[in-house]
Each structure stands twice: as structure tokens, then as C-alpha cells.
Design a protein around this ligand. Structure first.
Ligand SMILES: [Zn+2]
Length: 463
């Protein structure tokens, strides 16, 4: 190869007006521009990502371990076959199975004859209350420190965590991250202080009556108490009443339950590489969702964008050098067992090298850019494509890629990339009944698929 290269260089020096490398670069750049333009044109004309999302949404919520999650696996297999993907298969993963139940009630007891309903939803993984419910006084806190400082005052009470998601932070994921400890650890912190249940203000900056659920973790060795999230209007209301009378009691009833684990699946389909089929570029999202809405943004969007990216590439009849693979991960929401199972599957990963993995799990909103690799030096070789991505509507490429599902591949040296859409509206709908198809814009969703298709192509051919 080295000899060939030297001889080509020699020929080039004598017969071509430009050095070979520069000529190749120039023609490759022209080709990349053409491909970017075609991907965008086809994507925006057909808006097929939204069609895929419409069909996925019909299944309903896809809570890990549920019958709908299993139906979504079957459905996705069929979609992959219809798209003409290769190497379509399932990879099994054992997942937890929690059920919400049909009783979720919270009442603020104002007097013997008057009570005020508050809108709540059980937090994912919570135990139920006793059948007669829990009736107890309430202590309101904004942090675990504040709870510790209460000493004995939380004993026998419902602990109400009411620290709002900070609206002044531009990075909504950052603001979410700064508030989510209340939902994840609130129950165990409440129990350690002698509390009998946890009520957590929903993590959103919107003031409305939709509770936003999510996962929680019981600390081992700590007594388990039930936990529910309260709508932001419910949280404001409760807080106002407690200011008037700190002795008001609340009644909480939940009948959620944990069932035995089940075997579920990641769903995989490829466009096989024709030069280096064992070198893989992964595009993925998670197929499971929360159960209050239909998980259209979280993460139906990421799933259908990955599928649509492969469809757009196939439509151009490109034969990629490396394998471009769509992976629909199972069980991101309860801790990412699907992502871990994919990375560590000895049978299926044998002989494969994962060059890069792109995760879309931040909603189907208007693209801003990609976060690529860990630092500026990982990003260096992508800088030359910044204007190409700007031509399809993105604003920037920055370091700091990753994600729950692709994270485990990172330890094997895979370049991790996150698709970053605008997230100012994401936490309005996130993990709530508002996360439905109607909240997704077809063009914005499609632009993400186009961007992922282009990046996958560049990673296959030019990286
Ligand atoms: Zn998600």
C-alpha cells in the first residue's frame, strides 16, 4: 500500500496540476456537500421520521418490562425489515418490571369535612402505600441538608421536597441535574430522617398540573417508604397551605408494585460496510419510555431518527465502507441495562470494533449541534466539517459527547457523540403525560435524522 501510495504520488507530481492529496480532498469535499444537500432535501420533503414516530406512538407507553415494551421490540424488528436493513436481530437483556397500578391519590386534609386533591404520580420503582393509605403531617424542605437540620421533626411525617428546577439556568439539563437528587434519593433520605413517605416537586420549570415521574433508588439497608411526584401547581398549593397551617395532614395512596424481572431486548439493524464490515458506527436511542405519555420525545424521537438516518443513506444508494448500525436500546429509564448488555455481549460483539456511537436522547427538537469526544483534541478532525453541518441547519460542534446507552462503549475506546437539540422546551414534557406525538414537530425531528445520517456517513468514509 505504501509503495502504491508513493507511486501514485509520483505520477501525480508529474501529471496533475494539484498534489493528489489536495485533489482528493477537494473532490471528497464536493461529494460530501452533495450528499449533505441530498439528505436534507429528501428528509425535509418526506418527513419520514415523523411517520415512523406516529406508528411507534400507536403502541402506547413503553415502560420497561411491560407488554407494550415487548410490542415495541416486535414492531421495530418489522420496521427494520421494511427499511431493508441487514443483520437484523434481537439481543436479550434482563430488565426490571415495575407497574404503576391504578391508584394514585394525594389529599390535603383541611378539616374533618374538607380536603383538597393534589395531582401526584408514583415515582418509578416506588413501593405502594398500605391499602388504607398513609395519613400524616408534612414537613417541607428544599434540600437534604435542610432535612438533616430538622433533626427529629420529620419523624412520622411525609417529607415534601420542594426545591424548584432553577429557571435562571440556560442549560436546562444542568438545571434538571441539580434538582433530580430529590426524586432519586428523596425516599431514602426521608426514611433516614424517620419520614413515612416522600413527595417530590416535579422537575420542570413550567407551572402546571402535570406530574413528571422518573426513576428512584432505594439505598440498601435503609427502610423503604413510598415516593410520589407532585405537579408544580400541587407543590405551590401545598406549600402555601403549610405556611397557613404547618399542622395540616396529607393522605397518600399508591398501589404501584415491583414484579419479577423479565427478559427484554435491544433491537439491532445494519447497513453493512463493504470494505470494513467489522468497524461499526452506532446510531441509537432507547425504545423504553415512561408511562404517563407515550415517550414521543423521550426517546421515541431518538429511535426513529436513528432508523430514518439509515433510510436516508440507503435511499442515496451509498455503500458505506464501515457498517452503519441502528440500535434501539431497552431500559434506559431504569438505569441503562440495555446499553450495558449491548457493550458486553460477548457473542454478538466478537470481532467488532466500534469506531463511534451517536446517541439521540434529548428530545426531537431543533438541532443545535453535536457533542463529540471528551475534549478539543478528540474534536479536532471534525472541525473541517463544521460549515458542512451549518449547511444543514446545525450551529456548532463541541466536545463533551456521551449518553447512558452508549456510555459503556466508551470504556472500549469508542468515540462517543451526543446529538444536541434545543432543550428549552424539553422539560415541559419530559416524563409527563405531555410527552406525546403532538408535542413533536415533524421538520425539527427530521433535521436531527438528517444530521445523524450525515455524521454517520462522514464517520464511515472520512474518519
Ligand atoms: Zn431518555
Amino acid at each position: 500500500l505504501r509503495k502504491l501510495f508513493i507511486s501514485l504520488l509520483f505520477v501525480n507530481v508529474f501529471f496533475c496540476p494539484l498534489p493528489l492529496k489536495a485533489m482528493d480532498r477537494a473532490s471528497a469535499d464536493v461529494r460530501c456537500k452533495e450528499i449533505a444537500a441530498k439528505l436534507l432535501k429528501n428528509g425535509l420533503t418526506e418527513e419520514y421520521a415523523y411517520t415512523l414516530l406516529e406508528r411507534l406512538s400507536r403502541i402506547g407507553p413503553r415502560l420497561t418490562g411491560s407488554a407494550q415494551a415487548a410490542a415495541a421490540v416486535d414492531h421495530t424488528l418489522k420496521e427494520m425489515k421494511d427499511l431493508g436493513l441487514e443483520n437484523i436481530h434481537l439481543e436479550s437483556v434482563q430488565v426490571g418490571h415495575w407497574e404503576r397500578g391504578d391508584v394514585e391519590k394525594a389529599m390535603l386534609i383541611l378539616s374533618a369535612w374538607e380536603s383538597l386533591p393534589l395531582t401526584v404520580a408514583a415515582i418509578g420503582g416506588s413501593i405502594a402505600t398500605p391499602a388504607e393509605g398513609i395519613t400524616a403531617g408534612v414537613v417541607e424542605v428544599r434540600s437534604f441538608e435542610e432535612l438533616h437540620d430538622l433533626g427529629d421533626k420529620a419523624r412520622g411525617k411525609v417529607v415534601f421536597f420542594n426545591r424548584p428546577m432553577d429557571p435562571s439556568t440556560l442549560n436546562t439539563f444542568g438545571a434538571y441535574g441539580s434538582a433530580v437528587d430529590q426524586r432519586i434519593q428523596g425516599a431514602s433520605e426521608a426514611a433516614k430522617a424517620g419520614g413515612v413517605a416522600a413527595l417530590v416537586r416535579s422537575i420542570t420549570t413550567r407551572l402546571d398540573n402535570n406530574p413528571h415521574t422518573g426513576m428512584m433508588i432505594y439505598e440498601s439497608g435503609v427502610h423503604e417508604v413510598p415516593a410520589a411526584c407532585l405537579s408544580t401547581i400541587g407543590a405551590e398549593t401545598l406549600s402555601q397551605y403549610l405556611k397557613k397551617n404547618p399542622d395540616f395532614k396529607i393522605r397518600l395512596e399508591l398501589n404501584c408494585r415491583q414484579l419479577p424481572p423479565v427478559i427484554s431486548h435491544n433491537v439491532i439493524g445494519d447497513i453493512a460496510g463493504h470494505e470494513n464490515p467489522d468497524e461499526i458506527i452506532v446510531l441509537g436511542g432507547h425504545l423504553d419510555s415512561w408511562d404517563l405519555g407515550t415517550g414521543a420525545h423521550d426517546d421515541g424521537a431518538g429511535c426513529v431518527q436513528s432508523l430514518e438516518a439509515l433510510r436516508l443513506l440507503k435511499k442515496l444508494r451509498l455503500k458505506p465502507k464501515r457498517t452503519i448500525r441502528a440500535v434501539m436500546f431497552m431500559d434506559e429509564e431504569f438505569g441503562g441495562t440495555g446499553g450495558k448488555a449491548y457493550a458486553s455481549n460477548a457473542k454478538f460483539r466478537k470481532g467488532e470494533t466500534h469506531i463511534a456511537a451517536i446517541e439521540s436522547d434529548r428530545g426531537g427538537f431543533l438541532p443545535l449541534g453535536f457533542r463529540i469526544g471528551r475534549n478539543e483534541s478528540d474534536l479536532q478532525s471534525f472541525r473541517k466539517w463544521e460549515s458542512l453541518f451549518q449547511s444543514i441547519g446545525l450551529y456548532w460542534l463541541r466536545p463533551g459527547g456521551g449518553g447512558v446507552d452508549i456510555g459503556p462503549l466508551g470504556t472500549q475506546g469508542t468515540l462517543l457523540i451526543s446529538y444536541i437539540p434545543d432543550a428549552q422546551r424539553y422539560f415541559d414534557v419530559h416524563h409527563s403525560a405531555l410527552d406525546t406525538l403532538e408535542s413533536v414537530n415533524p421538520r425539527e425531528l427530521e433535521m436531527g435524522a438528517v444530521a445523524m445520517a450525515l455524521l454517520a456517513y462522514l464517520l464511515s468514509e472520512e474518519f
